[in-house]
Design a binder for this molecule. Structure first.
Ligand code: ATP
Length: 387
């Protein structure tokens, strides 16, 4: 097993800067997911680690050894792709073992033993004599995983391996990948544009945008303490609601002032810095609630319901607030229709303020958030332990 360290990694394709000097430390045995929108540089980062791209500058270390310039086959990594990359004329077994004999590092008995073991783990023992055309998408992806497993690599590199599967199979394979990692504990770097996949699979999640790392943190920490507006809006569905406000000092405390409301902000680090300046107030849809359903209302404001979406376990309202819009989850059987005016309040421990210009997080109202996360940062600490 192996640690992977990226230091000031740059990759340019002519005029296109795909990766802009990223630093990342992945521990031995960790499952790290790299997530971000299309074109943010995640595949390029993964392919650079695999040795399939020549980096422009920077270092890639595996267990301390700089592998820049080392041939892909000598890095002992195994890559799993979105499109499975199986040979159609070969059986599953041949696809799994292809290249192993010519390499000469394993004898036939050892190869057979490894195939049986991988087939057992992946539950494909009965499918080994079939060709890819006779396999479902999920089965093909298991064969592709089998090919990675038998090589017993130091690192698994996975590039959107589930995105060709239908939604149900994707969820099933997601659980199987997590189980596989629990069993093998092989260092895994997994790339996806799907934030749900990132949150459910990653022990830590790396959010990238425009060739740069925005934040690195365990999934819940990323969700609760986004380091900037990009992360706040990218992680979570529906996205965090955002309101342009100014922060005003009122008596002993502070308020977020918007043309449609004034909301008291619980005391916390960062408010002093924000006072008097333009900021963006962020509140997740599940952290807003109907004032009529709340035990206490620290501050309230009115909104006009424009769309109601019954989701079964909640009712999602899309509302207008002045020129702006917001989404809020309310109880599933709330009697609310389009056009209604609703009075909303919020969980006082779940407010966020972002710098209006830079987008940097300047305040999280959660009393456990003793310090705003750094940007970009290797932000693995539990906030409660930070001070
Ligand atoms: P996606 O989710 O769409 O795969 P990504 O985050 O993996 O996106 P990359 O494939 O790493 O993004 O691409 C990063 C940037 O580099 C993009 O602007 C892309 O157009 C560019 N790029 C990638 N490969 C090449 C190439 N071979 N030649 C030129 N530009 C490239």
């Amino acid at each position: 097993m192996t640690s992977v360290t990226l230091s000031d990694l740059h990759k340019e394709f002519g005029d296109v800067v795909a990766v802009r000097g990223i630093d990342l430390e992945i521990e031995d045995g960790e499952f790290v997911v790299v997530v971000g929108p299309s074109g943010c540089g995640k595949s390029t980062t993964l392919r650079s680690i695999a040795g399939l791209e020549t980096v422009t500058s920077g270092e890639i270390r595996m267990d301390g050894r700089n592998v820049v310039g080392v041939e892909p086959k000598d890095r002992n990594v195994a890559m799993v792709f979105q499109n499975y990359a199986l040979y159609p004329h070969m059986t599953a077994r041949r696809n799994i073992t292809f290249g192993m004999k010519s390499g000469g590092s394993f004898d036939d008995d050892e190869i057979d033993r490894r195939v049986e073991e991988a087939a057992d783990i992946l539950d494909i023992a009965d499918l080994l004599d079939r060709k890819p055309a006779a396999l479902s998408g999920g089965e093909r992806q298991r064969v592709a995983l089998g090919r990675a497993i038998v090589r017993d690599p130091d690192v698994f590199l996975m590039d959107e391996p589930l995105s060709n599967l239908d939604a149900k199979l994707r969820i099933q394979m997601r659980a199987e990948l997590a189980k596989l990692h629990d069993e093998l504990r092989t260092t895994t770097i997994y790339v996806t544009h799907d934030q749900t996949e990132a949150m459910t699979l990653g022990e830590r999640v790396v959010v990238m945008n425009d060739g740069e790392i925005q934040q690195v943190a365990p999934p819940q920490r990323l969700y609760d303490y986004p380091a900037n507006r990009f992360v706040a809006e990218f992680i979570g569905d529906p996205a965090m609601n955002m309101f342009p406000v100014t922060v005003e000092r009122v008596g002993d405390g502070y308020e977020a002032v918007h043309p449609e409301f004034r909301l008291p902000l619980p005391a916390g680090e960062g408010l002093q810095e924000a006072a008097g300046s333009a900021a963006v107030l962020g509140v997740r849809p599940e952290d807003l609630l109907l004032a009529s359903e709340a035990d206490a209302a620290p501050g309230t404001f009115e909104a006009t319901v424009q769309v109601t979406e019954p989701l079964g376990d909640s009712l999602l309202l899309e509302c207008a607030v002045g020129d702006g819009a917001l989404k809020v989850h309310v109880s599933p059987r709330a009697e609310i229709s389009r056009g209604d005016r609703v009075e909303l309040t919020y969980d006082p421990d779940r407010l966020h303020l972002f710098d209006a210009e830079t987008g940097r997080a300047i305040y999280h109202s959660d009393p456990d958030a003793t310090a705003a996360p750094t940007v970009p940062g290797d932000d693995r600490a539990d906030p409660i332990d930070q001070d």
